[in-house]
Design a protein around this ligand. Sequence first.
Ligand code: MSK
Length: 630
Amino acid sequence: MGDFKLTSVDEFEAATARLLETGAKVGADSWQMRVKNQSPHCKFGETGVCCRICAMGPCRITPKAPKGICGCDVHGIVGRNYLKFTAGGAATHSDHGREICHTLYLSAEDGNYKVKDPEKLKRIAKEWGVETEGKDIYDLAHEMAELALLEYGKPFGNQRWLKRAPQTTQDIWEREGIAPRAIDREVSTSLHMSHMGCSSKPEALIRQSLRAGLADGWGGSMCGTEFSDVLFGTPKPVDTEANLGVMNAENVNIIVHGHDPSLSEMICEYADDPEMIAYAKSFGAKGITVSGVCCTSNEVAMRRGIPMAGNFLQQENVVLTGACEAIVVDVQCIFPALGPLSKCFHTKFITTSPIAQMPDSEFIEFHAENAGENAKSIVKLACENFVNRNKDLVYIPDMKQKATVGYSVEAIVKVLDGVTNSQVDETGTTKPLLECITSGVIRGAVAMVGCNNPKIRPDHAHIELMKKLIANDIVVIASGCAAQAAAKAGLMDKQAKDLCGAGLKRVCELADIPPVLHMGSCVDISRMMILAATLAKDSGLKISQLPVVGCAPEWMSEKAVSIGNYVVATGIDTFLGVDPYVSGSSEVADLLTNGVREWVEAAYTVEKDIDKLVDSMIDRIEEKRAAIGI
Ligand code: MSK
């Protein structure tokens, strides 16, 4: 195995402990302290039995008070809460997608945003029946952006993207009444259904939860992913590095954090500008290092090889290094704690979106029209801030791993061509991957997604599960903060092939890939849906028959629940390490873990014990293999 060694979670924690010592010196608060203050959590909230959707309550269900004031029982309350949670996630991802469509609409040959993948734009246009012949690429971009934006509010019909699914899946969605209509309509309907005096029947609430989830994964998120590729380029394998050691003590450090690549792409563009590098040098720095946190990091890592400083629960750590000149954020997963924390250091906390405004931040509003100008002023601000560093506080843990990232579906199809004798046709097929699976060289695949959550030892579940899966010849496709956990540990280094079973190791060698493939940010789980759909079509199987499962062992956000719903509704069994606040209702819990299987041929498993969780995934994959006789 040469010099290659994974970085352990013990090592991550030792680095964090050292950073928290700096925090203590400057009187900084931390999530570790706030977790203690919030523990134990409210049992009513944790089990989902608290209802505060009208002002007669809040009502909390107990054996002595089995109904709310309106008469709603625990199953209705838990079901409504679950639907509202889903709607929050579907709205968030979908609005991200909408912003990307607006950016596409404003793209121009001489503008801040250009079309970097015209071929992909044309492919989608053909799929949507839009004439491309002889059309200027920007006219086509604007036409497609407008059509995509109409998907959010069209009065009739289902989502256009659903046609990408195998016919059997589309038929299931129609049969079960869960085919999503306009994206915004599914979010609004969810909020309407869960309003006081509307639905309290668990079955209806869970059905709508699946539908709202599908509006996200096969609607809003798919717009976000596909049109981000058109604007910024479809990811292909690129080398990068991950963990806090990617920050450079001699450089101006700019951290990008959030989700929307429109901001981070522009920051990266200007940080590379020789004029800006000279400007940084004029303040005594050697250069500029941009690195990322959370999904915006995944976006720029996949397309530019920008290093990943860390994932969700490391966002405070980047400031605690004392070497962060600016942390620039857009939307989602940003701790409001970054404002007060930055004030303990010289760090500038810069918010840029009207959607995510926070106290103690400098607000520099970012639009497609002013993106260049504002990105430049943010980079300048960071450079000027270099002189304000307190050198005595600077400590960057010497900890980073190499990673190869950028495995879009297009890239996976391409790299696996040549592993077998199958030919990849022009549109690309997954036949080589299927051959590996049917021959048993690869036993199956796990889509590993999601966040960190202090309820689970951060990153531990992700890393341990991935290690066991690859050792059992199961390829892991990761996105979101799960992908960053893998990269920080070293599982996205090609040398990690040595941790695999013999079959997967061979595939990694032949295709020159790491055993854990980075597929992007949390909106990019739509890519996983496309991959599953293509595998099903190419094999003639139903998605639910494929030896593929989804897993979110450390999830925490509403978006993750929306994702889980569309993954399950697509026919993929999904394994969670954290309960989605439904344990208070036997009916809702049973629907999610059993009942929905009758509708969509897949269901959830919730298991907090990591060993049991991974074993149940492996068992499920083997059961699926046996069922199709491979
Ligand atoms: S950033 S939603 S903590 S994956 Fe997409 Fe990470 Fe979860 Fe946010």
